[in-house]
Ligand binder design. Sequence first.
Ligand SMILES: [Zn+2]
Length: 307
Amino acid sequence: MDRRTVGTELPDSMHVSKWVTALSNQYAGLLETSVIGSSMLGHNIYALHIGNRQRKVLYCGGVHGREWITSLLLLSFAEDLLSACRNGDRICEMDIGRLLKSGGLTVIPALNPDGIEISLHGAGIPGLSELLGGQLTEQIGSGSNYRRWKANARGVDINRNFDAGWDEMRSIALERGITGPSSEGWTGENPVSEPETRAVTALCEKETYRHLIAFHSAGEEIYWSYRHFTPPKAHIMANILAMSSGYSLSEPDRTASSAGLKDWFMEKYHSPAFTVEIGSGASPLPLECFPFLYNRLREMLVLGIAI
Ligand SMILES: [Zn+2]
């Protein structure tokens, strides 16, 4: 991993910015970088585009704070694609130059930079207590609670904030006693109320993506359906991703059955969308498991562009 531009360290917003800048400098001409939004605490939300712009797919990581290992996955993969493309190398026997001529990839490495910052650094981040309220900040600041943080800096769970079955998800949250800002599970007061949700939906509205994969941790599972909006080819595609990764195909339980990015994309575009839960064990997964995870998933990441 040391050969990488900046190294696989904990992906807080400073590290992600440094990595994105290094890639932009090193691969000018192959990579287009843009800032698609800004978090509540003012961190950039980046999108990196590689390859064919007309026929592309979207990978989104770092949706939940404690699942920051997905940001490492996507930045590492973006760097490997760029390097293979420049050097004429293959990844898992696939000719990357040829692949990227026929298909393109946009990567959002960290959709929720504030949540990642909380999970990595705790509640002492400047400006956080004003957004969250003192009580909740105090709660996450005690012990190591902060490491398990999933939401954004306003206590809204981004993957419960999309405009697809949002009312139902809000009722489920209320039933579960989640009635306001929380570490996880709070839908927000309205759908698409958060800058992170708006950043990715605006990108999808501006561009055309064939399909989308949202990366979460953990569970070694792939979610591929959403009510009657699931296109028929989604099942075949999910099987290809499952065969490559060794992960199983799953149906979400009721508490995660709508208002997510995958759900919104399928409902709005009638195109396939997947949630891939990488790794096993409780999140945050330790940094040490990253090399194993990456080696296991590299082929699936390439196939996700090819299918
Ligand atoms: Zn998640």
